[in-house]
Ligand binder design. Structure first.
Ligand code: NAD
Ligand code: UDP
Length: 329
């Protein structure tokens, strides 16, 4: 069945892949994005398709569109970006989610919210299961994002109870792939751009901290599967292939065939030590299991960055010149 679908944050890394899939499937897709961390370059190939529209809009401000499904992705996801303007991050998590929920009430639409593994904080159990309540410092540097995402989950379940909104909650773990911004600041894009330039690879801390990386195309399958499912409690979406950051650095150096050395620097405050999703619930309720081959995923991502090379441009103002973008206000 063809749907009218809103994606907030649809010009970002994950949102643009989701928009592409839904447009290709023939749904009518509307993207709202403020372009704070996204780029028109991510969705330029969709502009002109008659089932795709994009509007520049900050989701903390109210808006109105007629839709059946809402994917709420708008929020900076990289620590350097969400910590740059912590109040804006919080307001996006809170007011942005309330506005999406109010729209869901008005349209009787289904709302999928993208939560995060950050809600587990410094995990008290390993791997992380959905039943875990999390271990987050409410006044720490990551709290604008982690607590913002926690309150967003609470908003969803309470709107569901009080206003009968049909909700879905995806707790996404570290995802990587093409269309991460060159200046995104997350580990995979940093290491690849450093390796391509034969610059030192910047490991924060010992490099023995772990993350589990999921290639973006599998994540998109999980998001769409969750939206179509009838499961409305939180579900982990991620790849249980746990790696140390040092391993990732060495793998990228090898795959790029780079002359980069490894440089160790200070570890960011409250950087989680270990992260690995328990994905048994996603397997049970969505029959979803990501493929585990980080070499192939990194290869695709490296190819994407190589195509931008030698002059990768991150241009936050280039969208101004695109006539297909209108302001809603
Ligand atoms: P991203 O930064 O590439 O994309 C976020 C998009 O939201 C950008 O296009 C940005 O311009 C837009 N945005 C931010 N604030 C906005 C606002 N107030 N109004 C309108 N648009 C706004 O990040 P991403 O990696 O694509 O993440 C997408 C979602 O998935 C986020 O909600 C993030 O928290 C969640 N998530 C991502 C990961 C990951 O590893 N990528 C992990 C966990 C959760
Ligand atoms: N990291 C690193 N060098 C970098 C960027 C990140 O060593 O240039 C580390 C970071 O300290 C963390 C891990 O890689 O331990 C993942 O960081 P990222 O920002 O990608 O994601 P998150 O911390 O939100 O999981």
């Amino acid at each position: 069945m063809k749907r009218k679908i809103l994606i907030t944050g649809g010009a970002g890394f994950i949102g643009s892949h989701l928009a592409e899939k839904l447009v290709d499937e023939g749904h009518s897709v509307i993207v709202l994005d403020s372009f704070i961390t996204g780029s028109i370059n991510n969705v330029r190939h969709l502009i002109g398709r008659d089932n795709f529209q994009i509007y520049r809009h900050d989701v903390t401000e109210p808006y109105s569109v007629e839709v059946d499904y809402i994917y709420n992705l708008a929020c900076p996801a990289s620590p350097i970006h969400y910590q740059r303007n912590p109040m804006k991050t919080l307001l996006t998590c809170i007011h942005g989610t309330i506005n999406a929920l109010d729209l869901a009430v008005k349209n009787k639409a289904r709302l999928l919210h993208t939560s995060t593994s950050e809600i587990y904080g410094e995990p008290a159990e390993h791997s992380q299961r959905e039943q875990s309540w999390g271990n987050v410092n409410s006044v720490g540097p990551r709290s604008c994002y982690a607590e913002g995402k926690r309150i967003a989950e609470t908003l969803l379940v309470n709107y569901s109870k009080e206003y009968d909104v049909d909700i879905r909650i995806a707790r996404i773990f570290n995802t990587y792939g093409p269309r991460m911004q060159v200046d995104d600041g997350r580990v995979v894009s940093n290491f690849i751009t450093q390796a391509l330039g034969n610059k030192p690879i910047t490991i924060y801390g010992t490099g023995l901290q772990t993350r589990s990386f999921c290639f973006v195309s599998y994540l998109i399958e999980g998001l769409v599967g969750l939206m179509e499912s009838d499961y409305s409690l939180p579900v982990n979406l991620g790849c249980p292939d746990e790696r140390t950051i040092k391993e990732i650095a060495e793998l990228i150096i090898q795959l790029v065939n780079s002359r980069s050395s490894i440089m160790y620097g200070p570890v960011p405050k409250e950087d989680p030590v270990r992260r690995k999703p328990d994905t048994s619930l996603a397997k049970k309720v969505l029959d979803w299991r990501p493929k585990i081959n980080i070499e192939d995923g990194l290869h695709e991502t490296i190819k994407y960055f190589q195509e931008l090379w030698p002059a990768p441009v991150f241009c936050t103002s280039c969208y101004e010149s695109i006539s297909h973008i209108f302001s809603l206000s």
